[in-house]
Design a protein around this ligand. Structure first.
Ligand code: ZN
Ligand code: ZN
Length: 409
């Protein structure tokens, strides 16, 4: 398969499997100037699939950096209203949303933490309606990523400069199952496998998971009505979409107040254009009582102080250590990839779809059911080849779920 054929398959995957654009639908694409040529291909495919209108927002990393370097901190309190309105209109029109990421993992390194946290809080407030829509699968949305020079350099620093982008393309194509046969067909088989894994866990009805690994001893209670989900979701009118490509996870929500012990990260976390690494979070009855990081300590404190819910977790996800992404042994410095190579946990909001009837509940009702709500949702990686996870069944029986980083059954 030539490079051009692979590109065409990727554009088709984004449109037909990721956002799953329907006839007459509008599509909004958020991306950066690193992706212009590829985005043009995606737009063409979207119209071929019947899209009525495709709108593209291009941002530019260098210009974004200028903003953070030059604007006074008060400016970040004023999140642009048009961005929220554009997304609200998309939700009203039942449009689809596609993110094409290519971000430099170090884009905002050195920007004062108070600017980043002010921006995060203002965005969180302004985009409340949007967040509620995507967390509840009210619209089809999807995130993919393609290489930029800066990102490829970060991932492959030891390769000659003219080979870095190509190497990252190769790696990404593999993770999204492009290379042999039809990628769209490969994805339907892959999603089938993930569904059957979620089915098994849903039948088990575990009351608690117990994580053990170097730097980690964590107990996570699950609500009786928890649901294990996969990366494929359905909108209210039954359109299937895949929010993350790649996706290797099955995930559910914890009981907000039932998390105890400590957990250490196993891969660096890129948060707001900065790296946080070598960190350990300690929990008591769900709340983070201690957070220490070797790298990005101050930013970690901001990450868990965005609001009350950012001090609790909202998602636990299981990904075998021997997943295709993980076996490649590449550190992507991009959560979309790294979280799909590793068991992960998210601080912040839970997906209400992970709870029976959860999508019908208001924020107050979610809270009353012990389901975390927050303006943030940040996944971080905790899995490794040394991680064991036990499941406690409702009758108290303990059985192995993960041994040495992989499924025990
Ligand atoms: Zn996840
Ligand atoms: Zn997540």
């Amino acid at each position: 398969m030539t490079f051009e054929e692979k590109l065409a398959q990727f554009a088709e995957l984004a449109v037909k499997v990721g956002a799953n654009v329907q006839k007459g639908q509008t599509l909004l694409i958020n991306t950066t100037t690193d992706t212009v040529e590829f985005t043009r291909m995606v737009v063409k495919k979207a119209y071929e699939a019947g899209a009525a209108r495709v709108t593209v927002n291009f941002s530019d990393g260098v210009i974004d950096r200028e903003l953070f370097d030059n604007a006074p901190v008060e400016e970040f309190e004023k999140f642009p209203r048009w961005i929220a309105e554009q997304r609200d209109e998309l939700i009203e029109r039942k449009g689809a949303l596609l993110w094409i990421d290519a971000a430099d993992p170090d884009l905002l390194t050195g920007v004062p933490v108070n600017k980043l946290s002010t921006h995060q809080k203002a965005a969180g407030k302004a985009l409340e309606n949007y967040r509620e829509a995507v967390m509840n699968d009210k619209i089809a949305w999807s995130i993919i990523a393609i290489p930029s020079k800066a990102w490829a350099k970060k991932v492959f620093p030891n390769l000659p400069e003219d080979e870095q982008v190509e190497a990252l393309w190769d790696a990404i194509f593999k993770t999204v199952r492009i290379g042999e046969g039809s990628a769209v067909e490969n994805w339907s088989a892959h999603l089938e496998r993930l569904h059957s894994r979620a089915d098994i866990l849903n039948e088990k009805r575990y009351a608690k998971l117990i994580y053990k690994a170097p730097g980690t001893e964590l107990e996570v209670e699950l609500p009786a009505k928890h649901i294990w989900q996969t990366g494929s979701s359905k909108t209210p009118d039954n359109t299937e979409f895949v929010a993350n490509m790649p996706t290797e996870e099955v995930f559910t929500l914890p009981a907000k107040y039932g998390v105890n012990g400590f957990v250490s990260n196993t891969k660096p976390l890129v948060f707001q254009g900065n790296i946080i690494d070598d960190f350990t979070l300690t929990f008591k009855d769900g709340v983070i009582v201690k957070a220490e990081a070797g790298v990005g300590h101050d930013l970690l404190q901001e990450m868990i102080s965005a609001d009350e819910g950012s001090k609790y977790i909202g998602e636990i996800a299981l990904v075998p250590h021997e997943s295709p992404i993980s076996s490649s042994n590449i550190l992507y410095y991009n959560t979309l990839f790294d979280e799909n190579a590793s068991n992960h946990i998210a601080v912040g909001a839970a997906y209400p779809t992970c709870y029976e009837g959860g999508s019908e509940l208001s924020e107050e009702e979610l809270d009353a059911h012990g389901i975390n709500t927050s303006i943030t949702h940040e996944d971080f990686m905790v899995g490794s080849a040394e991680m064991d996870i036990d499941g406690v069944l409702p009758d108290g029986t303990i059985e192995a779920i993960f041994r040495k980083g992989n499924w025990a059954y």
